[in-house]
Write a protein that binds this ligand. Structure first.
Ligand code: NAI
Ligand code: 13P
Length: 325
């Protein structure tokens, strides 16, 4: 199968390696000419995935038109750029596998919803789960959710992308798979704050559990299945990114917890911490859906510069409630 990968960041590059190792013919579009040149010269992707050799068969291009004729495309730019990049890509009826994790600012649409607006005739699927790119690129064992309403397409895509180190579980719950990945980034920032501020392991476990409760409330309100949220793309990814400095979102939270400002940390960075962009949109979407998301609100307040102590005190001073409510 000829597979296009849109986005030459860490995750697009790792997925290109997965597909190439599975015997697919892979063309990767990257925005940065240095990335295109390095991959085509057999030097890997030192900018976004340093130190990881890539299969020599991967070809890279800086020209979106070169993707014409691919049989499926993995869509991996940061969530806020998916609309612009997809709009310029010749993929009107090509199956699209959405791999970015976030909610679009302004529209409050999930990435899959954006793709369906841009290319209404293109079938779509969502690939999500606990997947640090550098581990996947090295072939370390990883399991993901591939969600697609069309069972036949889901099976065809899974057969092309799965491998011994990349185990794919199918689902028809596209919205659930997307919401888990988008919300966990915000919660990972919160867990990083706990780490950076030295608030302890108990607090982190509490945040993971209560964060999962608010992810589930929001997801169910948006039509997700609770089992999907409790699976790889929800709880699985939440646990991964709430417990490792390999997570950009967790690391951003550590900085906030140490008293650094979000503006300072986000300025001029070339890698993406999606949670910083998703948090304010998620707060709006939750308000619209009438869903209480106190951890998300706390993360928004910290990103907006509120004092850590005030935010933590407000979170802990909320009225006592039933756990299942
Ligand atoms: N890195 C990881 O381990 C994983 C990342 N993801 C998701 O994949 C998506 C992409 O993240 P990464 O590959 O990690 O990115 P990255 O942080 O490695 O690199 C940044 C990417 O943003 C792109 N970019 C910057 N400005 C842009 C613009 N104006 N238009 C289009 N693209 C622009 C760059 O070209 C580059 O590809 C995100 O939604 C992320 O949450 C999902 C699973 C794992
Ligand atoms: O989504 C990821 C792992 O599943 C990557 O997390 P970060 O974007 O926080 O690094």
């Amino acid at each position: 199968m000829r597979i296009g990968v849109i986005g030459g960041g860490a995750w697009g590059t790792a997925l290109a390696a997965v597909a190439a190792r599975g015997g697919q013919s892979v063309l990767l579009w990257a925005r940065e000419s240095e990335v295109v040149a390095a991959i085509n010269a057999g030097q890997g992707n030192p900018q976004f995935l340093p130190g990881v050799p890539l299969p020599a068969s991967i070809r890279a291009t800086g020209d979106l038109d070169a993707l014409a004729g691919v049989e499926a495309a993995l869509v991996v730019p940061p969530a806020q750029h998916v609309r612009a990049v997809l709009s310029a890509a010749p993929l009107a009826d090509v199956p699209l596998v959405l791999c970015a994790k976030g909610i679009e600012a302004g529209t409050r649409l999930l990435v899959g919803e954006v793709a369906r607006q841009v290319h209404p005739a293109a079938p779509s699927a969502v690939l999500s789960g606990p997947t640090f790119a550098h581990e996947v690129a090295k072939g370390l064992p990883t399991a993901v959710t591939l969600a697609c309403e069309d069972e036949g397409l889901r099976a065809r895509l899974a057969a092309r992308l799965a491998g011994p180190g990349f185990r794919i579980y199918g689902s028809s719950d596209v919205v659930g798979a997307e919401i888990g990945g988008a919300v966990k980034n915000v919660l990972a920032i919160a867990c990083g704050v706990v780490e950076g501020a030295g608030l302890g392991q108990n607090a982190r476990a509490a945040l993971i559990a209560r964060g999962f409760a608010e992810m589930t409330r929001f997801g169910v309100a948006r039509g997700a299945q609770p089992e999907t949220l409790a699976g790889l793309s929800g709880l699985g990814d939440l646990v991964l990114t709430c417990s490792s400095t390999s997570s950009r979102n967790f690391s951003l939270g550590i900085g906030l917890g140490q008293g650094r400002s979000a503006a300072e940390m986000l300025a001029n960075r070339t890698t993406v911490a999606e949670g910083a962009f998703t948090a304010p949109v998620l707060r709006e979407a939750a308000a619209e859906a009438g869903v209480d998301m106190p951890v998300t609100q706390a993360v928004c307040a910290l990103l907006e510069g509120a004092a850590l102590r005030t935010v933590v005190e407000a979170l802990l001073a909320r009225p006592l409630r039933e756990e299942g409510a």
